[in-house]
Design a binder for this molecule. Structure first.
Ligand SMILES: NC(=O)c1ccc[n+]([C@@H]2O[C@H](COP(=O)([O-])OP(=O)(O)OC[C@H]3O[C@@H](n4cnc5c(N)ncnc54)[C@H](OP(=O)(O)O)[C@@H]3O)[C@@H](O)[C@H]2O)c1
Length: 347
């Protein structure tokens, strides 16, 4: 079977390592080139002992002979790298935020960086396969969505698409500590996070504008007023988003009937989406650990009529590296689930 050659830029971060884990077992991919900054010159297995049987050295430069590059750098750093890769004829999946926001002014104000390639922002496809599959398959450049953004957009998309929501929405999300990356910092230090839970970015998290961009794309008329509050919780992986939305009166039947209708609407919306499962009981983050699945449980609060949607995923897989591999599968015409069939580790 023909294989494509893939490279990972910045393999030494959490997303880079997760990409390596998935690509090294992908039936249609040969991982031929990985780069790092402080880790350059070492073997991949020296940095991550789980890859000790892999004969691959970490370089400073990516091999220009690859077919696809995954850029796993922090935002702003990707801005310099992506145009170079595209000029070499390499298709790119960028996991940072640098090409996600179509409004350059919004990018500059949320990220505090001047954008140097607005033309590429226009070209880039927001890599959420559940919404943009046809565009992903022909794209040269994919802007892989944020982890929180994936969990919230997938939770709200079917109801938004139907035009059922009034627009006043609250998304309350909990993330494991790996969401903050591998670089050391006091806020992710073990004594600070263990047995602790905290809210942050109350005046606006950077994933907010991409969530708004995608939700407005589904229902352009909606007077969207979205409050998104992220929390850090003491676990390694996982995101759970609890979303609360008021439903327009008269669009659903009464109580139990409404619940059946909404679940049916969600199942219909995701019928061609192999990694989204509509479940009948509230999912746990552990139900998704290590897998590319997003589990969604929509329910009607029978006292208030409000729609509650619980959504869980693994931030490093469906929220990052797994979604990037899913996008690659679509770009190269491979089955969407190739290399991503692993079920969650439980318990
Ligand atoms: N973590 C998640 O759950 C998640 C999910 C979705 C998307 N993302 C995105 O994925 C990207 C990587 O995230 P991550 O969590 O993997 O980060 P990470 O684990 O913190 O990796 C960042 C590493 O990148 C290296 N680095 C920092 N600045 C660099 C630069 N200018 N050029 C080259 N290397 C640099 C540093 O390694 P050295 O100092 O050792 O060189 C640092 O340790 C980010 O854009 C992030 O927003 C993360």
């Amino acid at each position: 079977m023909k294989q494509i050659k893939a490279g990972i830029i910045n393999v030494s971060g959490y997303i880079g390592a997760e990409l390596a884990r998935l690509l090294l077992r992908h039936p249609r991919v040969e991982l031929t080139s990985v780069t790092g900054r402080s880790t350059a010159g070492k073997k991949l297995g020296d940095i991550f002992p789980s890859f000790s049987d892999v004969n691959l050295s970490i370089s400073t430069e990516i091999d220009p002979g690859i077919d696809i590059a995954f850029s796993a750098m922090p935002h702003a750093a990707s801005l310099d790298m992506v145009p170079y890769l595209l000029d070499k004829g390499i298709r790119v999946i960028d996991v940072s935020a640098d090409f996600r926001l179509k409004n350059i002014g919004e990018y500059q104000s949320w990220y505090g960086v001047s954008h140097t390639s607005p033309d590429l922002v226009e070209e880039a496809v927001y890599g959420l396969p559940e919404l943009h599959k046809p565009d992903i398959s022909t794209a040269r450049l994919i802007a892989n969505p944020g982890c929180y953004a994936t969990s919230i957009i997938l939770a709200l998309a079917p109801a938004m698409d139907k035009g059922f929501l009034c627009g006043d929405i609250i998304a309350d999300s909990k993330s494991g500590v790996s969401g903050a990356g591998r670089a050391l910092s006091q806020k992710t230090h073990y004594p600070e996070t263990n047995e602790d839970t905290s809210a942050y970015s109350l005046q606006g998290h950077r994933h907010l504008p991409e969530i708004e961009q995608e939700l407005k794309g589904l229902d352009p008329e909606i007077p969207l007023s979205l409050t998104f509050v992220p929390h850090m919780v003491p676990m390694t992986r996982g995101i759970m988003s609890s979303c609360y939305a008021t439903v327009k009166s008269g669009v659903l039947g009464e109580s139990e009937q409404a619940e059946k209708e909404i679940r049916q609407i969600y199942r219909e919306f995701y019928k061609e989406s192999p990694f989204v499962r509509i479940v009948d009981t509230p999912p746990h983050t552990k139900h998704t650990w290590g897998s590319n699945f997003c589990l969604i449980h929509p329910v009607i609060d029978r006292r208030t009529g409000r729609l509650i949607i619980i959504s869980c995923l693994d931030n490093l897989v469906k929220g990052g590296a797994g979604q990037a591999v899913q996008n690659m599968n679509l770009m190269f015409g491979f089955p969407e689930t190739n290399g991503l069939e692993t079920l969650a580790i439980y318990p």
